[in-house]
Write a protein that binds this ligand. Structure first.
Ligand SMILES: *Cc1c(COP(=O)(O)O)cnc(C)c1O
Length: 364
């Protein structure tokens, strides 16, 4: 069977390894596995969300409200936009897919940073588009503007804060890029970790309201990270009605489950849970910074819920990730991005201590 030519060039997305795999392959008890590989919220799911899910479990037989009225109302109230300016996806991943399908013709170009969220590339390639990357792994304004002028991409991705590096770009610099780009290019501002960046430094806070006035900009958010709902698959895009209408034409019906809607609506109400999550994160990430100092390697200043350790040539990220895995500690190796680096989700105090302990044994 001959599949579409574009598939030859697509690498299957390498998801963080699940706990089940480590239990199966290394015979480690599930409670001893420390999963710091997928940027999930270490505080888990908000207890209020758990209660709401239990109370609504019997509604699983019902198709969800396909208009997603209540969630759109809640999001639009939260962000000060109209509910007609919101589209909901099965994770913001699905919104990325809708954007690619709504915009890209074969051989269109898509511009992104050298090291960024892998799915931008996958969705673009599925449509037969060409990938252009800036030279640096950081988001550098001039690099984006130069590459834009040379290639005239159909979509330009700004991932701030950026996954898998953890760095971010200020609101001022995002605006510089937006103002240099003409209206035929869609600018996607992916704020999957924005809650963490905004809490760390106001200069990095970008809200949907900041961007809604631009006719060619869409803001993406997700419930998977700070809101602790990675398993429920809910994300959103916020942009002007013209963009949102186009995306709705590409959206499959009932793309969010009945219970996912319940969870997201409840999670939005529980601001205290998000605040506590961020406070815990800010406390724990300092231990990771100190740990790097102590052991003499670099890290990228993080605006996210993970930290990226950069190793000298004397340390090999692939070997370290592998040895950690054998001890039941799952982290993300960035060798596939041509970086001798590990991305580690900041966990609970106990999980982080386990990481430090196992890591020290390895490097000794
Ligand atoms: C996690 C993540 C997303 C989307 O996650 P979903 O679970 O699909 O909402 C989008 N962009 C980046 C950069 C991410 O890290």
């Amino acid at each position: 069977m001959k599949f579409r030519n574009v598939l030859d060039d697509i690498k299957i997305y390498e998801a963080g390894k699940p706990i089940e795999l480590v239990v199966r392959e290394f015979g480690i008890a599930p409670q001893d596995v420390v999963k710091l590989a997928s940027n999930e919220n270490p505080k888990g799911t908000s207890p209020k969300v758990v209660e709401a899910l239990k109370a609504n479990a019997h509604r699983a037989f019902l198709y969800p409200d396909d208009s997603m009225y209540e969630l759109k109302e809640a999001l639009s109230t939260r962000y000060g936009v109209q509910s007609t300016q919101v589209v909901i996806g099965a994770g913001s991943d699905q919104v990325l897919e809708l954007i690619s399908r709504a915009l890209l013709e074969p051989n269109d170009k898509v511009l992104m940073s050298q090291v960024t969220f892998a799915m931008y590339e996958v969705y673009a390639k599925q449509m037969g588009a060409k990938i252009i990357k800036t030279p640096s792994y950081r988001h550098i304004v001039d690099e984006f503007i130069d590459a834009y002028r040379e290639h005239k991409p159909k979509i330009l991705y700004i991932c701030t804060p950026n996954n898998p590096t953890g760095d971010a770009i200020t609101k001022e610099n995002v605006f510089k890029i937006i103002h240099a780009i003409d209206k035929e290019t869609m600018i996607v501002v992916d704020g999957a970790y924005m809650e963490y960046a905004a809490a760390k430094d106001e200069a990095y806070r970008i809200t949907p309201q900041d961007l809604i006035g631009f006719e060619n900009v869409i803001y993406l958010g997700t419930f998977s990270k700070a809101y602790g709902l990675g398993g429920m698959r809910v994300g959103y895009g916020i942009a002007n009605e013209t963009i949102i209408k186009a995306l709705h034409k590409m959206r499959p019906p009932f793309n969010i489950t009945t219970l996912s809607l319940v969870a997201a609506i409840e999670a939005l109400k529980d601001e205290a849970f998000v605040c506590d999550s961020i406070a815990l994160h800010q406390q724990e990430i300092e231990r990771y910074e100190a740990f790097a100092h102590t052991h003499g390697f670099e890290y990228i200043e993080s605006y996210t819920n993970f930290i990226t350790y950069l190793f000298p040539d004397t340390m090999d990220s692939t070997e370290i990730a592998d040895r950690l895995l054998h001890k039941g500690v799952i982290v993300r190796n960035l060798a596939s991005y041509a970086m001798n680096a590990l991305r580690i989700t900041i966990g609970t105090p106990v999980q982080n201590s386990r990481f430090f302990e196992e890591f020290e044994k390895i490097i000794k």
